[in-house]
Design a protein around this ligand. Structure first.
Ligand code: MN
Length: 536
């Protein structure tokens, strides 16, 4: 039995990180993993905000209907929002509607400035109270599990916060969340919110909840302070993903409660051994790297560098370790696989990483592994995540464009130039274009632009090394738009220019896929560089 309700909002608040948009397939994978880990509530999206958000909530609610987990949809305190949330949750089994309204004076002044909400602060606060209660009542007509959030509670007047909380509870809210929406609170001031609220009205049967942002680096500290002050639900995200500086990290809150059970005395049922896998999945899907020194899930979180530390740990690991790497799904042994590791070694390692490869996919995965092992001396866990990515093994429809040749020249004497050979599979034509650019990638992209000739805009480009070696796989993530839709392409290769080219072509193919809806977000690619690509 858990004393703490883990409410994960990676798919809602996390997805609101600039550049962190996720495809529906990725959201489903994350939701499945969260459910397997034992997360209690998954906030799957904000249905009224877009058809894609509504679809994500609908599919996740349906996919998880046979599990213990509750699927939650966000709604402003508006009638249409609540109906959209209820409709999206219709195929779910355990469902929650989460409604919210601004409660700090600064938010009320800015958001409720039209005359219909009143002329004075007191009148506008009265409007907020009424809307909060109406929204909760309406949500209760659809489900018995209704959460109310007092937006920007961290900066709200305590007296008014009391009024709003009591109105929401009176109307039937079963969870009351006090978000520090702007990351303004200190642990003491955040705890004081809960102390103040608990004295306002009868809260028996109501769960109090934290929701902390990391603008001052205090999200986890504030979450724990909220728990000490009586909160029994925590709203968190994997890797601390979220608006601006992010939310409180699920893995950090979970392990703080477990390692310091002596202090908190509160149990939870999360399977922490899946944390490493969950963190990697979110990082791969969003293209946001995890800092090596990130607590719990960073690559260095369990690495001992200083000789004196290494010596101590070899004698007794408790000298410098407060938890074990294997308890959080980090690889205790950084064994590196190479070309001499056979099938058995590869699949045993994948299994320990929590990556399940279906029997009929194993040949393809092993083939990609040997192709990469031929290019690289050592293969790291981060590489394996890519090798085994199911998106890579899924048989893709014939893409509009295929990169069949690439030649790049760069150096100190001449501006970088590129020659690109692109197959347009619609017309069957092969186009060869050359271009110069400010760097090799720019030259390649200009040549690809000339070859495909379709109007589009490059919205985002990033490249990162997956491991710390000169022969590391470079992962390129590219987002392009055509004015109505966005498409993301990803590719990884030990040749970073080639990875960049593949990712760009994948993204363009995403724009060209005619089954995507206006405003849609399409993801393509990833693994074209291993084995399946033409040998050039
Ligand atoms: Mn938030």
């Amino acid at each position: 039995m858990s004393d703490i309700v883990f409410f994960d909002t990676t798919l809602r608040d996390g997805e609101q990180s600039p550049g962190a948009a996720m495809s529906l397939a990725d959201k489903l994978r994350i939701a499945q993993l969260l459910a397997e880990m034992g997360v209690d509530v998954i906030e799957a999206g904000f249905p009224v905000s877009s058809p894609q958000q509504a679809a994500a909530v609908r599919e996740i609610a349906a996919a998880l209907a046979s599990r213990e987990v509750t699927v939650c949809a966000l709604a402003r305190a508006h009638s249409a929002d609540i109906e959209a949330a209820a409709a999206a949750l219709a195929d779910g089994a355990r469902t929650r509607i989460h409604t919210f309204i601004a409660t700090s004076d600064i938010h009320i002044a800015a958001k409720f400035s039209t005359p219909r909400f009143g002329a004075t602060l007191a009148e506008r606060r009265a409007s907020v109270l009424r809307m909060a209660a109406d929204a909760v009542r309406q949500a209760r007509t659809h489900t018995d599990d209704v959460e109310f959030s007092a937006e920007d509670a961290g900066r709200a007047d305590h007296g008014f916060l009391c009024d709003v909380v009591c109105a929401a509870v009176e109307a039937g809210a079963t969870t009351i969340n006090l978000p520090d929406t702007t990351g303004y609170c200190t642990p003491a001031s955040y705890a004081a919110l809960f102390e103040a609220t608990r004295g306002c009205c009868d809260l028996s049967g109501v769960t109090l909840s934290t929701h902390c942002h990391d603008d001052l680096g205090l999200a986890v500290a504030n979450t724990l302070a909220g728990i000490e002050a009586g909160a029994r639900q925590v709203e968190v995200t994997l890797n601390g993903l979220g608006e601006r500086a992010g939310n409180a990290a699920l893995e950090e809150v979970a392990m703080a409660l477990r390692v310091r059970a002596d202090h908190y005395g509160l149990a939870h049922a999360l399977d922490a051994t899946r944390l490493g896998e969950a963190s990697r999945l979110v990082s791969v899907v969003t293209g946001f790297p995890v800092a090596p020194n990130k607590a719990i899930v960073g690559d260095n979180a369990f690495a001992h560098e200083a000789g004196i530390h290494q010596h101590g740990v070899l004698k007794d690991r408790h000298t410098y370790e407060i938890m074990r790497a294997e308890d959080v799904g980090a690889s205790a042994e950084q064994i590196r696989l190479g070309r001499h590791s056979g099938r058995h070694g590869l699949f045993a390692r994948l299994e320990r990483l929590g990556i399940d490869v279906a029997e009929d996919q194993r040949d393809a995965v092993y083939e990609r592994f040997t192709a990469l092992a031929d290019k690289k001396k050592e293969i790291y866990d981060a590489d394996l995540t890519y090798i085994a990515d199911p998106a890579a093994t899924a048989s893709a429809e014939t893409p509009a464009y295929q990169l069949i040749g690439l030649q790049v020249t760069t150096g100190t004497a001449e501006p970088p130039s590129a020659e690109v050979t692109l197959l347009d599979s619609t017309s069957g034509q092969v186009r060869v274009e050359t271009a110069q650019g400010h760097g090799p990638v720019d030259a390649v992209y200009r040549a690809i632009d000339a070859a495909c000739g379709r109007p589009h805009q490059l919205e985002q480009y990033s490249i990162r090394a997956l491991t710390a070696a000169a022969d590391s796989l470079g992962e390129a993530v590219v987002v392009v738009s055509d004015g109505s839709a966005l498409a993301q392409g990803r590719a990884a290769d030990s040749d970073i220019v080639r990875a960049s080219a593949e990712a760009y072509v994948h993204a363009l193919n995403g724009l060209d896929a005619d089954d995507h809806a206006e405003g849609d977000f399409v993801q393509q690619g990833i693994m074209a560089s291993f084995g399946s690509a033409p040998a050039w």
